[in-house]
Design a protein around this ligand. Structure first.
Ligand code: IMP
Ligand code: MG
Length: 323
């Protein structure tokens, strides 16, 4: 009997929590046969430092840095223009991508018209203008174009059913894009993206629920959001956090709004995603800023130092089953 297992990386806030970093770490410490991007399109921006070089990928998952088969899954929408730019960028950065990068035949395609529309209409939400919303709308409207019908993509196409169930042992790292607060169903609608950013989104790429082993939830010690709603409260401290944390979007260069971490939002994201392991990134930013706060039960809680905040979070997480 061959085995089919998967670990998932999900973002517990509004994207940009450092999933790329966790993917990079897991690819080095565990043995995966595949790395799968399971939702979203070129709206994502994963910043990865590999062999001392900085790479920003938008669609191709982190496995490519380790020579692991890297797949853009059926839950994604793919911009072929961006895809080929990215391949070129990786090759120029010294990576051998040959025979490593694949696109699910049934992934949908972002066209120039989708991008044009998103530039015009996406302003209300503050989208990345990468054509995501229009591409997903056409997918669900049953007027979309699948990767299988784009001639240039032919050398990269993969049939996920054959890949997962073809007889070999398979262990996949599923890499999510965006985050819980941007999820089409569970995020702050309408200020959301158009795809499923939760663990459930990984399953939509042809995986059975029982295949999922570890779910790595990634959070930041404070929250950030990019988009058109007002998110950042008044106060100099939030600008300071943004400055120290270099909170600028990897895709659009927009400045991210910041706020303290919301424990109830984190709790929801942790439960719904079935998180088994949690990572807090950018603790060093609050260390530099020198202020330690969170929101819980609609109240702001202030801590005297890092240890106090850490103890509070640990205790709070244990209440919903994260040890
Ligand atoms: P869209 O996904 O481009 O349609 O944008 C919808 C919302 O999601 C906007 O607020 C974007 O700023 C946000 N968004 C989309 N992708 C990302 C991401 O990778 N990181 C952070 N925010 C994102
Ligand atoms: Mg990002």
């Amino acid at each position: 009997m061959s085995t089919l297992t998967a670990d998932v990386i999900v973002d517990l806030q509004y994207g940009d929590c450092g999933k790329g970093k966790v993917a990079h770490y897991l690819c080095q410490t565990k043995t995966y046969t595949h790395v799968l991007r399971y939702n979203g399109g070129a709206n994502a921006g994963h910043t990865i430092f590999h062999n001392g070089k900085k790479f920003i990928t938008h669609q191709i998952p982190a496995g490519v840095f380790f020579g692991i088969k890297s797949i853009v899954g059926s839950g994604c929408v793919l911009d072929p223009v961006q895809f080929f730019n990215e391949l070129k960028m990786l090759e120029e950065g010294g990576l051998d991508t040959n025979g490593k990068i694949f696109v699910a035949e049934n992934a949908h395609v972002i066209t120039e018209a989708h991008k044009e529309e998103d530039k015009r209409e996406g302003v209300r939400i503050g989208t990345t203008a990468r054509g995501n919303g229009p591409a997903y709308r056409e997918k669900y409207g049953r007027t979309g174009v699948r990767a299988a019908s784009v001639p240039e993509l032919k050398p990269y196409l993969i049939n996920l059913y054959q890949e997962w169930y073809g007889g070999g042992d398979v262990n996949i790292l599923c890499e999510g894009a965006q985050g819980f607060g941007l999820d089409i169903d569970w995020g702050d609608y309408p200020y959301v993206t158009s795809s499923h950013c939760t663990t459930a989104g990984a399953l939509l790429n042809g995986l059975p629920p029982r295949a999922i082993k570890d779910v790595w939830g990634v959070a930041k010690m404070y929250e950030t959001y990019v988009g058109s709603k007002k998110f950042q409260p008044e106060g100099d401290v939030f600008d300071k956090i943004a400055d120290v944390g270099e909170e600028y979007g990897a895709t659009t260069g927009r400045r991210r709004q910041t706020n303290w971490m919301n424990m109830q939002a984190l709790e929801r994201a942790t439960r719904i995603n079935g998180v088994t392991h949690i990572v807090f990134n950018k603790v060093d930013v609050l260390r530099t800023v020198g202020q330690w706060s969170v929101y819980d039960e609609e109240k702001k809680l202030d801590f005297r130092n890092e240890d106090e905040m850490k103890d509070f979070i640990t205790e709070r997480l244990s209440k919903f089953g994260i040890g």
